[in-house]
Design a binder for this molecule. Structure first.
Ligand SMILES: [Zn+2]
Ligand SMILES: [Zn+2]
Ligand SMILES: [Zn+2]
Length: 146
């Protein structure tokens, strides 16, 4: 993730009236550098190793503001809510309840289930918000073999 993107996000927050302290800059840089998802606790650990003494509540508050600004989106995974960049959030999470492996499914691949729900219930599901819990292929194979 380039410095440019970090600066754009900082500018966006500033326009929304947020005072950009050095702590907030470190938080933004760390979250924008993250590949895939990150839990608030894991982010707090990283930020605190870059800049000891950053308050966890400052980190949570900044995450919430970044989500309000449309930069981040959260999804609920096996271990709780995690954040990813909003433009990368358009996928369905598959989590294994046995080994906690994570996999993704594209929304295109899920068109059939999306349509089925819409046609039968008139309900438009947001399949990206909560992970689908189940058993991964490795665990299924292990369980079948034992
Ligand atoms: Zn939620
Ligand atoms: Zn995801
Ligand atoms: Zn598994």
């Amino acid at each position: 993730m380039s410095e440019r993107v970090v600066e754009d996000v900082i500018e966006l927050l500033r326009q929304r009236g947020l005072r950009m302290t050095p702590q907030r800059r470190v938080i933004v840089a760390e979250i924008m550098r993250t590949q895939g998802h990150i839990s608030p606790t894991a982010l707090a650990r990283k930020v605190q190793s870059d800049m000891p003494g950053v308050n966890a509540s400052t980190i949570y508050r900044t995450l919430a503001l970044l989500e309000e600004a449309g930069v981040l989106a959260h999804a609920h995974l096996e271990g709780g809510a995690e954040y990813h960049r909003a433009e990368e959030a358009g996928h369905i999470h598959l989590t294994c309840s046995r080994c906690h492996a994570e996999d993704d499914l594209s929304l295109d691949d899920a068109t059939v289930i999306q349509k089925l729900i819409e046609e039968h219930h008139g309900f438009h599901p947001d399949l990206t918000h909560f992970a689908i819990s189940g058993l991964c292929s490795d665990c299924r194979r292990e369980l079948a073999g034992s």
